[in-house]
Design a protein around this ligand. Structure first.
Ligand code: IMP
Length: 426
């Protein structure tokens, strides 16, 4: 038995989609456990690009089942649109997509609030504007609407009315905005419920039975450790637990059923949105790496901020996730660099900082301490084994392993499915 959790070990966009695609060949059930359609996992298979937002990306492989777990927040319109798009491209979503009845539902008022809150917030977060934060806020405030409610006409009508009344008070009194229409939402979402109902399951039971049948589960983290609401650079984070613990709370599988956690890192670092980022490149290098790495968001198209590999960040991620190994992606993006820097610790003024700071204010004061490594200035895209990488690239990766204290289990050197090799993941 081997149930695997894959999480981002930086600020998201680590290339998890590609790693999941490679590893899900050996899994039976793919599980999304947090986040929503703020995520965008890109997979390139047989020359075609697929972008997954809510649906587990491992479904590209035939015969797999994907569960959208209770920890996910679902915009039904976005989900149906994604199902339609994947179905047109030959993926049997009718059979393969299951939705937990405990997942929370995003409504247009969540999205509106997301945008309004950003517009008045003193320190912008730079959210994806998809209503993620306000939907999780309702979940925690215990007034959210779950998939089970959506599929129960009487319960839905009652809960929706309560929520719309409450939100309209807020829109009018606080933001001077017109009210949203209860009737319009009721009709629209009742239509979504009919279309989604055949996919809805008791997620806890579904996974318990899958485990009892000896099926292998792969949990697909979205975003990344540094965007985790508890362990990231709060408040510049998303509103869910993107760390491995979220795989249990967001799916109903107990910690004892998880065998292994793999953290995914890029060979450098990126982040989208606001917040401290100690190893951020100066403008010339930023442009060079952003262009080479095509560092633009798969969901919002925003340009990603880019920087050197930060071992303080990744060490923090290895610990809070309990990573047994890491997967390193986009090594090829560094192919032309003359020298490569690795941040090994920080300095806060004269004070050395080894531990990832709990406060974003402290982190924003921290200066990176770098060590320099010679670049390999050779193409890594065709390497099929570690030994086929240029010696400087091998040394760089070995150094990452020693700084993080865990082995590298997979290396990706390009966007194509073939441009990745495993060193033993299960
Ligand atoms: P939210 O999740 O839309 O509330 O956005 C909160 C923060 O998380 C913002 O900085 C976003 O840019 C960031 N974020 C959310 N989803 C992703 C993702 O999938 N990749 C990278 N950053 C993300």
């Amino acid at each position: 038995m081997s149930n695997l959790v894959i999480v981002g070990a930086q600020w998201g966009d680590e290339g998890k989609g590609k790693v999941i695609d490679v590893l899900s060949e050996e899994a039976d059930v793919l599980v999304r456990f947090q986040g929503g359609h703020n995520a965008g996992h890109t997979v390139i298979a047989d020359g075609q690009e697929f972008i997954f937002h809510l649906i587990p990306s491992g479904l590209l492989h035939e015969g797999k089942i994907g569960l959208i777990g209770n920890g996910v927040v679902i915009d039904p319109e976005a989900l149906l649109e994604e199902m339609g798009r994947l179905s047109e491209r030959g993926i049997d979503v009718q059979r393969a997509v299951k939705i937990s009845d405990q997942a929370h539902v995003i409504f247009p008022y969540h999205k509106q609030l997301d945008l309004l809150e950003e517009s008045v917030r003193a320190g912008r977060i730079g959210t994806s504007g998809r209503g993620i934060g306000p939907c999780y806020a309702d979940k925690t405030a215990r007034c959210g609407i779950r998939v089970a409610d959506l599929c129960d006409a009487a319960a839905f009508a009652k809960k929706l009315r309560q929520n719309v009344t409450e939100k309209n008070r807020l829109f009018q009194a606080l933001y001077g905005k017109p009210p949203v229409s209860y009737e319009e939402l009721l009709e629209r979402y009742t239509g979504y419920a009919k279309r989604l109902a055949p996919h809805v399951v008791n997620g806890v039971r579904f996974l318990r039975e899958a485990i009892a049948q000896g099926k292998r589960l792969l949990f697909e983290g979205a975003q990344g450790t540094l965007l985790d609401v508890d362990h990231g650079t709060y408040p510049y984070v998303t509103s869910s637990n993107a760390t491995a613990g979220g795989a249990c709370t967001g799916s109903g599988v107990p910690p004892t059923a998880i065998d292994r956690v793999i953290g995914v890192v890029k060979a450098y670092t990126t982040r989208v949105g606001e917040g401290p980022f100690p190893t951020e490149f100066p403008p010339d290098l930023m442009e060079r790496i952003r262009t080479k790495g095509k560092e633009f968001g798969a969901t919002t198209g925003r340009a990603r901020r880019c920087g050197w590999f930060d071992a303080v960040v990744a060490r923090h991620a290895v610990w809070v996730n309990g990573c047994a190994a890491i997967a390193v992606t986009k090594l090829d993006v560094l192919d032309e660099m003359e020298t490569i820097q690795i941040c090994t610790s920080y300095r806060d003024g004269a004070r050395p900082v080894e531990e990832f700071p709990s406060s974003a204010d402290v982190l924003s004061r921290c200066q990176p301490v770098y060590e320099s490594w010679p670049g390999w200035q050779a193409d890594t895209g065709d390497a099929g084994r570690f030994e086929e990488l240029p010696p400087e690239a091998q040394r760089y990766l070995k150094r990452l392993e020693s700084l993080l204290g865990v082995p590298i289990c997979l290396i990706s050197t390009g966007s194509k499915r073939e441009q990745a090799f495993k060193i033993g993941c299960w």
